[in-house]
Design a protein around this ligand. Structure first.
Ligand code: LRH
Ligand code: MN
Ligand code: MN
Length: 430
C-alpha cells in the first residue's frame, strides 16, 4: 500500500518558522499591488488553482547521448516514480497529476490507479513511444514508425497507440500525446509528401479509436533523432495535422522543440486564435532540446508565453483548456528538487502574467506607444511574486519553502537505502 512520505507535521513546523517573515512579505506585496488596483488575494486564489502535470520520466536521472550518471535512490519503476511525484505534490500543491510514458511505465492499470489514488495523484496525458524499440516487438522503428514505408511497421505503431489509449482509459487519463522520431538524416532519404501522407493515415486510425471525451496531442520537433528532416517538424505541419484529423486533435508545444530565438509566444497566440492549442511540455533550453529546468535560462520567454495564455483567458476564448505538463531531463540536480523548482517557476510566470494591466497595455498598443507597451509587460514581470506563490502553497497545505522542507525531510537519503543504486526504470536518454 502506498503511503505519503513527507509528514504533515514536518511541513507545518517548517512553515511555522517562516510564517512571520512570510506574512509581512505578503502584506507588503499586497499594499504594493493595491496601489495598482490589484487585489492580491484574487491573484493568490488563481495561482492556487493552477496545476501542471509531472512527467513520470522526469523523476529519474535523464542522461545524455554520452553517459548517464544515476543518482542516489533512483526510482526502480513506475511505483517508485509515483512515490517521488507524490513528494513533489505534497510540498508544492501544484502537481496533482502524472503523465505516463508507455512502455516505460507499463503496469497493471488497476495497481497503477490504486497506488496513485492512495498518494492523492491522478493521471494526465498518456505518451506513446514509437521512437525506440521495445525488447519483444516484431518490427523495428529504426527507419520510422507511423510514417514507415512498411505497412506492418505502421500497423504495429498504430496498435501501440491504441494500447496507450486503453491503459489511459483504465486509469482515468483523457488525452494521448504522440511524438514520433520519424524523419531522415540525408536529403533524398525519404519522400516528404509520401511520408507525411503515411503519417496522416496512421494518425487517422488512432483518432478513430479515441473516446469521445479524449483529445489527441501531436508534438512537433525540429530535429533529433533525425537530423536532416523530421516528419512533424514545426507548428505549421502540426497545425495541418490537427486540422486534417478533426476537432479532438490539437497541437502540443514543447518549448525546447524550436530553433533558438524562435518566437514561441507568437506560435502560442496563433494556435489559440485558430483553436488548436492542445497544451505544453514546459522546459527551458539554450541551444536545442536541452530539457533544462523551466525558467532556468530564459524566464522572460516563459512569462511571455503565459502572457498569451492569460490574454486568451481574459478575452474569454471559448473551450480554452490547454494541458500543462513538464518535460525535462535532470542530470546535475536531484530530479525532485528540479521538478519542485520548475513547478514554482511555471506558477511564477503565470502569476506575473496575471499582473499585467491589460486595459492599459491595450491602450498603449492602440496609440502605438511601443515603449509604454513594453513597460506594461516589464512592470508585471519585475514584480517579485514569491510571497504569492508561497501563500498559494501554504493555503493548500504545502510548504512555504518546499526545497528547504524537502532537504530537511531526508527523503533522498531514506529512499537511497531502500532502492539500490542501479539503472532507472526506463525513461533514459532523451
Ligand atoms: C521528445 C520529447 C517527447 C518525448 C519526451 C521523452 O524530445 O520531448 O515529448 O515523449 O521527449
Ligand atoms: Mn516533449
Ligand atoms: Mn523533447
Amino acid at each position: 500500500m502506498a503511503e505519503l512520505h513527507i509528514s504533515g507535521e514536518l511541513i507545518a513546523s517548517h512553515n511555522d518558522t517562516l510564517l512571520g517573515a512570510h506574512k509581512s512579505d505578503y502584506e507588503a506585496l499586497g499594499a504594493q499591488l493595491a496601489r495598482r488596483n490589484i487585489d492580491i488575494d484574487a491573484i493568490t486564489e488563481k495561482v492556487a488553482g493552477f496545476f501542471v502535470a509531472l512527467p513520470s520520466w522526469g523523476v529519474g536521472t535523464g542522461g545524455t547521448r554520452f553517459a548517464r550518471f544515476p543518482g542516489l535512490g533512483e526510482p526502480r519503476g513506475i511505483f517508485d516514480k509515483l512515490d517521488d511525484c507524490a513528494v513533489i505534490q505534497q510540498l508544492t500543491r501544484t502537481t496533482p497529476t502524472v503523465s505516463l510514458h508507455i512502455p516505460w511505465d507499463k503496469a497493471d492499470p488497476k495497481r497503477l490507479k490504486t497506488h496513485a489514488q492512495a498518494l492523492g495523484l491522478g493521471f494526465d496525458a498518456m505518451n506513446s513511444n514509437t521512437f525506440s524499440d521495445a525488447p519483444d516487438q516484431a518490427h523495428s522503428y529504426k527507419f520510422g514508425s507511423l510514417s514507415h514505408v512498411d505497412a506492418a511497421t505502421r500497423a504495429q505503431a498504430i496498435e501501440h497507440n491504441l494500447e496507450c489509449i486503453e491503459i489511459g482509459r483504465a486509469i482515468g487519463s483523457k488525452a494521448l500525446t504522440v511524438w514520433i522520431g520519424d524523419g531522415s538524416n540525408f536529403p533524398g532519404q525519404s519522400n516528404f509528401a509520401r511520408s507525411f501522407e503515411r503519417y496522416l493515415a496512421s494518425m487517422a486510425e488512432i483518432y478513430k479509436a479515441l473516446p469521445d471525451d479524449w483529445r489527441i496531442f501531436s508534438e512537433h520537433k525540429m530535429y533529433e533523432p533525425a537530423f536532416y528532416s523530421t516528419v512533424v517538424q514545426d507548428w505549421g505541419t502540426n497545425y495541418l495535422i490537427a486540422q486534417t484529423l478533426g476537432p479532438k486533435a490539437l497541437c502540443l508545444v514543447d518549448l525546447g522543440h524550436h530553433a533558438p530565438n524562435t518566437n514561441i509566444e507568437m506560435i502560442v497566440s496563433r494556435l489559440i486564435q485558430f483553436k488548436k492549442l492542445g497544451g505544453f511540455h514546459f522546459n527551458d533550453s539554450k541551444y536545442g532540446d536541452d530539457d533544462l529546468d523551466a525558467g532556468s535560462i530564459d524566464p522572460y520567454r516563459l512569462f511571455l508565453v503565459f502572457n498569451e495564455l492569460v490574454d486568451a483567458q481574459d478575452r474569454g476564448v471559448e473551450d480554452f483548456n490547454p494541458a500543462h505538463m513538464i518535460d525535462q531531463s535532470h542530470n546535475v540536480t536531484d530530479p525532485i528538487e528540479s521538478l519542485i523548482s520548475s513547478a514554482n517557476e511555471i506558477r511564477r510566470a503565470y502569476a506575473q502574467a496575471l499582473l499585467v494591466e491589460r486595459s492599459a497595455l491595450s491602450a498603449y498598443q492602440d496609440e502605438n506607444d511601443a515603449l509604454m507597451a513594453s513597460d506594461a509587460l516589464k512592470r508585471a514581470y519585475r514584480t517579485d511574486v514569491e510571497p504569492i506563490l508561497a501563500e498559494a502553497r501554504r493555503r493548500s497545505g504545502g510548504a512555504i519553502d518546499p526545497i528547504a522542507t524537502y532537504r530537511s525531510s531526508g527523503y533522498r537519503r531514506l529512499i537511497g537505502k531502500e532502492r539500490p543504486l542501479a539503472m532507472a526504470g526506463g525513461g533514459g536518454i532523451i
